[in-house]
Structures are given as C-alpha cells and as structure tokens.
Design a protein around this ligand. Structure first.
Ligand SMILES: [Zn+2]
Length: 88
C-alpha cells in the first residue's frame, strides 16, 4: 500500500479526480482482478521427475492420495507416466 499511497500523493489534483472516477466506476477493481488472473497462469511448479520448471497453466497435473491429498505437476506426459509407474 505504501507504493500506491506514494503514487497518489505525487499525482496532480486532476489525475486524482480521474483515479477517483475509475475507483467509483469499478475500473480499478477490474484492473486488479485482471492482473491477478493473468499472474495466476504464470505461477510455476517443479516437475518431480526431471526438475523442469512447469507453468501451472500448462503441462500435466495430478492430485492423488487417500487421506492426505498430494499434488504434482509434470512438464511432459512421459514424466507423468514415469511417476505413475514408480508409485504403483
Ligand atoms: Zn518432467
């Protein structure tokens, strides 16, 4: 919030009025939501088989386990197959 507060304090009165307008119309909220949803896809995991970094919105995702659910993210189908063979 400090960064935003600093930014606002440096704006001209006219710019602040425009910010207020965006705030009232919900545009700022939309911008924040958009940024969050676009960043979500960029979150990464590491493939447990080969150690490659995998984007969360790509590759193969496996959720397994009976009582304790575990999650694994694989870059390639081969890695997923290898992993499944190993835990059999
Ligand atoms: Zn892999």
């Amino acid at each position: 919030m400090n960064k935003l507060a600093k930014l606002i304090s440096e704006l001209s009165l006219e710019e602040v009025r425009l910010v207020k307008k965006d705030l009232d119309s919900g545009n700022i909220n939309k911008l924040v939501e958009k940024k969050l949803s676009s960043e979500k896809g960029k979150e990464t995991s590491v493939c447990p088989v080969c150690g490659m970094v995998v984007r969360r919105d790509s590759g193969f995702y496996l959720e397994f386990g009976k009582e304790i659910r575990k999650k694994a993210h694989f870059d390639e189908l081969d890695c997923l197959k290898y992993f499944l063979d190993k835990i059999k």
